[in-house]
Design a protein around this ligand. Structure first.
Ligand code: SF4
Ligand code: FES
Length: 271
């Protein structure tokens, strides 16, 4: 079905948007500043961080403050991004995050950009926190592990003010495939992963270790076994055997050599 376009208003100015896309996406595209921490195009909008609030002042949607990442563009929708109420709301949220994640430089820098450098709330500093006192409990890591990778290696554990994200019972887990998607989506850079010799160690996830595949050509350890095997399954069947257990660098060399030989006519389609 053809994509339908609609016109929305942000701060009194009209913008074209795809029907149903988030107001936050439109604002990002148009360089309209709205702070956001838990928006990721790879995941369904969830509205966890509560920072991206806008005030709906017109259109088919209920009026009042709402999260722009979950607000869908519809014809005639009109929002304001910086009312006094919104600025106050942001200030409180930033103060909460400064207390919740005092180790996070990302939060400090972002809050400072909006004029918030101090917090009235008590800072929560946990000695030896595996997430470096940087986690805001947004749940992005849990969701990408579950919804995108289909793994479910981590989750919320504990209750109330002791809630945190980690592996069940804070034990290393055999479920984790070491893909690192959790670290990629974490908005506060809280998740630590290190490749040590032949293992990928998920430092933040109870030191869960995943075996790395060794390149049979150069000897380098290059990717967690489950990921390397998955990539192998997706390879061009004609090159598959030659590229088995080969790191991306060596793979590129093989593929480009094949290309040169093919151009010279020295290998046939079935070679
Ligand atoms: S570790 Fe990062 S992604 Fe996971 S809940 Fe905490 S802040 Fe969010
Ligand atoms: S980006 Fe909208 S609530 Fe976090």
């Amino acid at each position: 079905m053809a994509q339908k376009f609609v016109t929305i208003q942000i701060n009194g100015k009209e913008y074209e948007a795809k029907e149903g896309e988030s107001v936050l996406s439109v604002a990002n595209r148009e360089n309209i500043d709205i702070p956001a921490l838990c928006h990721n195009e790879a995941l369904e909008p969830y509205g966890a961080c509560r920072l991206c609030m806008v005030d709906v002042v017109g259109g088919p949607t209920k009026k009042g403050m709402t999260t722009s990442c979950t607000l869908k563009a519809a014809d005639g929708l009109a929002v304001i991004t910086d009312t006094d109420e919104i600025k106050n709301h942001r200030r409180v949220i930033f103060e909460l995050y400064l207390a919740q994640a005092p180790g996070s430089e990302v939060i400090r820098d972002m809050a400072a950009k909006y004029g918030v450098t101090e917090t009235r709330f008590e800072k929560k500093i946990v000695p030896s926190d595996p997430l470096g006192n940087k986690c805001i409990l947004c749940g992005q890591c849990i969701r990408v592990c579950n919804e995108v990778m289909g793994i479910g290696a981590i989750n919320y554990i504990g209750r109330g003010s002791n809630t945190r994200v980690n592996t069940p019972y804070l034990e290393p887990t055999s479920t984790c495939i070491g893909c690192g998607a959790c670290a990629d989506v974490c908005p506060t850079n809280a998740i630590r992963i290190e490749d040590i010799d032949d293992r990928r160690v998920m430092k933040s996830w109870s030191n869960t270790a995943v075996q790395l595949k060794q390149c049979r050509i150069c000897g380098k350890y290059y990717a967690p076994n489950p990921l390397a095997d998955y990539a192998y399954e997706k390879m061009d069947p004609q090159l598959k055997e030659e590229l088995k257990d080969v790191c991306p660098d060596c793979r590129r060399k093989i593929v480009s050599k094949q290309g040169v030989l093919a151009k010279k006519g020295e290998i046939t389609e079935n070679a």
